[in-house]
Design a protein around this ligand. Structure first.
Ligand SMILES: [Zn+2]
Length: 561
């Protein structure tokens, strides 16, 4: 069945404003409509719907998408269920064998994930290369067992053929999202199963064995009825019992960190799935404990990730401690290089959230640091804990508690005011790669042209590169459409794109000139980076070649003008 045609017909017939307006109260503002977001709690509306672009986006929580994604999010149903509801509503004929969200179909999904995990696990036994890789990362046999680690072979349809041979029909296979158009979703990756609270496998993480510049290092299996990335934690099933025992949960960044921590006896450790930790994920932990420890890389990115995690943690009333490692190290690398005692020392030196703002952000001046800290403290629900941290902040900055308390009131007031001031007209500036992406979203006819000239190595941001790769895959198999792309995107990518589309307009004139300019500037940026590196190394020969290359790139610009 051609779902694509159905989706297009549905979008043609459904008025996005009428439709979303049935669920929430939309008010017209300029060309768009706005409302209080149904997906996070807020007092000032930051949820926007664009009737002309047929897209919605919330600037508060970042969610966004089309009518289908709205219905999926709102009703917490999967793609096919949303599709059948909208088809019925628009009178479009649509037969789908799994129309009803019956428990049977979920059972089928659990089953197919279980069988797939067994398949991957068998494949690992047969692959010396995959085993060697795990060994090189310090992962032993017991961890392979505890986490049911497997391997997806470098073949286009190994899993698909296996599932067919196990008598799964194409509908179920398709719904599992582990195979698309007869192609396996995971190829040549280490497969790490993600379990739900009862130990059922609901999704997979996949890590490339050999890094290739054009492929993301980690990918997760797509969301399904049984799996929502933003709501599940890796390792929670294995760690739950130990979190209760120890009285606190440790949050790390990645799969390998969790696995190696468990292997070295730190068994109360979990990780979010690829993004910073969400409110929903923390809510799961909150049922077991009210104490967490963030254990991250000590670089800027690690500090930022910790700051981001603090706010939802405070909202849920967690008592938080933080341990930061040396720069560019994660728990996995520390354990591998220095052993468990070293990690234990880091944990023993865990500090309070106040120190994170006051001690670790030396680049900012003291006023800014205090302000950031107070901003975080303003999210605290637990007033005793807030009082404690204010006292600590006062001791560490020599500012009286009374002044700090006054400041805190101001912070709360200001953040309210800022939200009131929120205006949709706020324009965002696009960098070259975002601009290219925006062009091909508006003019899919230009995809071929862009793909022909773009060099994937030139991308500076991973998420834009990943979106481009998905576009490329769809385009090359002759299946590109914006809706299909949407279905392939991770939630954060969807939000990024809906924001991009709502916030910006692309003019039709001199499109190719603009594309050429962007591609040129991207390659020049790459060459500049290499020039810097070569200069640092004193590599004169490369330097000479690179400068020549840059001159050629620059002159190409002039020719066209
Ligand atoms: Zn929202």
């Amino acid at each position: 069945m051609d779902y694509q045609k159905i989706i297009e017909e549905i979008k043609e017939k459904v008025d996005i404003v009428d439709f979303i307006g049935e669920f929430i109260d939309l008010k017209k503002t300029g060309q768009n409509y706005r409302a209080l977001c149904p997906f996070h709690s807020e007092k000032t509306p930051s949820f926007f719907v664009s009737p002309s672009k047929k897209i919605w986006h919330c600037f508060g929580c970042g969610k966004g998408g089309d009518v289908l994604t709205f219905l999926m999010e709102y009703e917490n149903i999967d793609f096919y269920e949303a599709l059948s509801i909208l088809a019925k509503r628009t009178g479009i004929e649509f037969f789908f064998s799994l129309k009803s969200p019956s428990p049977v179909s979920k059972e089928k999904l659990y089953e197919i994930y279980k069988i797939s995990a067994l398949f991957y696990s068998d494949q690992l036994k047969n692959s010396q290369r995959a085993k060697k890789y795990l060994l090189s990362r310090g992962i032993d046999e017991s961890s392979i067992g505890t986490f049911s680690i497997g391997y997806a072979p470098d073949e286009k349809d190994a899993l698909y053929s296996y599932l067919k041979a196990q008598n799964f029909d194409d509908n179920i296979i398709k719904r599992s999202a582990l195979v698309t158009n007869n192609y396996d979703f995971f190829r040549d990756r280490i497969i790490i199963p993600i379990h739900d609270l009862t130990g059922r496998i609901i999704g997979f993480g996949g890590r490339l064995i050999e890094l290739k510049s054009e492929l993301p290092k980690y990918i997760n299996s797509p969301d399904t009825t049984i799996f929502k990335k933003g709501e599940n934690l890796f390792g929670f099933w294995q760690a739950k019992k130990f979190i209760k025992e120890k009285g606190y949960a440790v949050i790390v960044e990645g799969y390998m960190d969790v696995i190696l921590c468990h292997q070295h006896g730190f068994k109360n450790v979990v990780a979010p799935l690829g993004t910073s930790v969400t409110l929903e994920q923390l809510r799961k932990i909150r049922r077991v404990t009210n104490k967490i420890l963030f254990l991250f890389d000590g670089d800027e990115a690690g500090i930022t990730a910790t700051e981001r995690g603090l706010i939802p943690a405070f909202q849920l009333g967690f008592i938080v401690k933080i341990a930061l490692l040396k720069e560019n190290e994660d728990p996995a690398s520390i354990l591998q290089k220095e052993g468990s005692n070293s990690l234990r020392n880091y944990i023993a030196q865990a500090f309070s959230p106040v120190d994170l703002f006051i001690e670790k952000r030396k680049r900012k001046n003291l006023t800014e640091r205090i302000h950031d800290c107070l901003n975080a403290l303003s999210y605290l629900k637990d007033s005793i804990y807030q009082e404690q941290l204010l006292k600590e902040l006062s001791e560490k900055t020599d500012i009286s508690e009374m002044s700090l308390r006054d400041e805190l009131k101001k912070v709360v007031y200001e953040s309210k005011q800022n939200k009131e001031k929120f205006r949709f007209s706020e324009k965002i500036l696009l960098n070259e790669e975002e601009f290219l992406l925006r062009i091909i979203l508006a003019y899919p006819g230009k995809i071929n042209y862009v793909l022909k000239f773009i060099n994937f190595e030139d991308f500076e941001t991973n998420h834009v590169r990943n979106i481009f790769l998905k576009i490329k895959n769809l385009y090359e198999s002759g299946q590109y459409s914006q809706d299909r792309l949407f279905n392939l995107l991770e939630q954060n990518e969807k939000s990024f794109i809906s924001k991009l589309i709502i916030m910006t307009e692309i003019e039709q004139n001199s499109l190719e000139q603009n594309i050429n300019d962007c591609i040129k500037r991207l390659s020049i940026k790459t060459v500049d980076k290499k020039i810097k590196e070569a200069a640092k190394l004193g590599d004169e020969k490369s330097l000479y070649e690179l400068i020549k290359k840059k001159k050629i790139l620059l002159s190409k610009d002039n020719e066209r003008e």
